[in-house]
Design a protein around this ligand. Structure first.
Ligand SMILES: Cc1cc2nc3c(=O)[nH]c(=O)nc-3n(C[C@H](O)[C@H](O)[C@H](O)COP(=O)(O)OP(=O)(O)OC[C@H]3O[C@@H](n4cnc5c(N)ncnc54)[C@H](O)[C@@H]3O)c2cc1C
Length: 479
């Protein structure tokens, strides 16, 4: 019997798992995918917003500002990547300049620190590619950029080291509640018994909640956002996150430097009926170009290397809905966590545990908040590299030439405590295939390494999900 079962291993479920792992509790996470953070947490702008635009007084406003600060702790404890970019909000005409004053006042109430107004001339000293026709700029120095997949992954890895269990490929299909105990059934015919359930299922939170209570006060209205990724040779084109003025559609189309040197253009904003619709379109690219031209000049569209889309879990409740169910005690909703959910996630985890569940247990003496720093070969000094080669010679063999990723880093990604045996899983962990050629050179080598390390025939290695093999039969050369 578990004390707590968390449904969903996105950034929110993973950080809640880590928060609960501080205590002497039996905790498990059920994730429908074959990997963590494979849905919203995988496809977004990665911005740790300052908390300037959520309406003052909402949970979104409070938890954004608190979450932004907590990222400093995550950097120290989990060694996540954090880029301190700061951000510029751009007003393109007189009306937007007026609205910008209201935005500033809202941000002041939210306790966003160190903001200042800049003229376009002042802003262009720092960002020469801003459009000179911009009328005013609001600078938000506390804005940062993270790598959300890594945040979730490191948080869950740390939670697992502190005793949490993770079950992948565990699609929750049924929940019943009798005698103060929940019984959860999954599609793979497993049954889990638990005293409490935490519903952190992203776009599916409403469907999970109605398994137990048909009268919930929110419904998820999925909203898709498409992106274009510029190759890392673009580094320096923009150093800050560039926002237009926010509108009813959200924060708008942005220019966002990423922790690995790429720049993201997007997202679009489109209501969709299918929660899993992550298709991209030419229409999306035109929409992005149309909106970016007001903010930037010399946009290097020729450096686009790929596109992707994510679906926001926007809810009819219009704020985060983080509460115990009114009718079913012990069932907790963490719903409507659309943007700024990456920003707020560490604060959501603390808020849920401290103020909603009101857990008042002592922190267990074995809890270790520190995750050992991962080896990133290309960041090491020559001496460090030489020492590594002596111990593990496969650190000396580069597999992904675009990103300088070695065979040993790929092996570590396969066999880590949260390892993966898919090409996409290795790409996310070790970044092999993330560069200019997008795996054109190294994918077949990664395929062979996975087959060798997992003792599988080549044609059984999946690209991503189940049944996504690259080869349909054994090749002539074998493994
Ligand atoms: C286009 C876009 C841009 C965004 N940009 C930003 C940004 O720059 N900054 C920011 O702060 N936020 C941003 N966000 C919001 C942010 O991405 C989300 O708020 C955050 O990722 C939500 O995390 P989550 O863990 O709640 O959801 P998810 O990452 O979706 O995780 C939910 C998990 O639940 C699992 N699950 C679902 N159903 C079941 C089931 N039946 N059984 C078991 N498991 C299940 C899913 O597989 C998934 O892994 C953006 C979102 C989008 C889509």
């Amino acid at each position: 019997m578990y004390d707590f079962t968390i449904i969903g291993a996105g950034i929110v479920g993973s950080l809640i798992a880590r928060e609960l792992s501080k205590y002497d509790l039996k905790v498990c996470v059920l994730e429908k995918e074959n990997d963590v953070a494979n849905v919203q947490t995988r496809a977004n702008s990665a911005i740790v917003h300052s908390g300037h635009d959520p309406k003052h007084g909402t949970l979104k406003a409070r938890l954004s500002v608190e979450g932004n600060k907590l990222y400093e702790d995550l950097e120290k404890e989990l060694h996540i990547s954090l880029l301190r970019t700061g951000a510029f909000v751009c007003a393109k005409d007189k009306d937007e300049v007026n609205d910008m004053k209201k935005l500033y006042e809202n941000a002041l109430l939210n306790q966003v620190k160190d903001m200042e107004f800049l003229s376009i001339e002042e802003a262009r000293v720092l960002e020469p590619n801003l459009n000179p026709s911009i009328k005013k700029v609001l600078s938000l120095p506390t804005t940062k950029v993270c790598f959300p997949w890594e945040v979730a992954f490191f948080a869950l890895e740390n939670a697992i080291k502190n005793g949490v269990e993770l079950h992948r490929n565990a699609l929750v299909t049924e929940i019943t509640h009798t005698n103060h105990m929940f019984t959860i059934k999954t599609k793979d015919n497993q049954t889990y018994q638990t005293k409490h359930v935490i519903n952190a299922a992203g776009v599916y939170t409403d469907e999970i909640a109605t398994l137990i209570n048909p009268n919930i006060p929110y419904q998820i209205k999925p909203r898709k956002g498409e992106y274009y990724v510029l190759d890392k040779s673009v580094k320096g084109y923009m150093e800050h996150v560039i926002y237009p003025m926010p509108s009813k559609k959200g924060k708008g189309v942005l220019i966002t430097p990423q922790v690995h040197g790429n720049i993201l253009l997007g997202p679009t904003s489109e209501w969709v009926s299918d929660k899993d619709d992550i298709s991209t379109s030419l229409k999306g690219l035109h929409y992005i170009k149309e909106h970016i031209k007001d903010m930037a000049i010399n946009v290097p569209y020729h450096l686009i290397i790929r596109q992707f889309a994510g679906v926001r879990s926007t809810s009819t409740y219009e704020d985060f809905y983080i509460q115990e169910d009114d009718a079913v005690k012990g069932f907790y909703h963490v719903a409507g966590v659309d943007s700024p959910g990456i920003t707020a996630a560490p604060a959501i985890a603390k808020y849920l545990v401290d103020e909603v569940i009101k857990l008042s247990l002592p922190v267990k003496h074995t809890f270790n908040p520190i995750l050992q720093k991962k080896i990133v070969y290309k960041d090491l000094s020559k001496q460090e590299k030489d020492e590594l080669h002596q111990d593990k010679p496969l650190y000396g063999r580069i597999i992904c030439k675009c990103e300088d990723i070695t065979e040993q880093e790929i092996i570590d990604a396969i066999h880590g405590p949260l390892g993966s045996d898919t090409i996409k899983g290795v790409k996310k962990r070790a970044r092999a295939g993330s560069g200019l050629c997008q795996g054109g050179y190294c994918e077949s080598l990664v395929l062979r390494i996975i087959a060798r390390e997992t003792h599988k025939p080549l044609h059984e290695v999946n690209y991503d999900q189940k049944e996504t093999q690259i080869l349909d039969k054994e090749s002539k050369v074998g493994s």
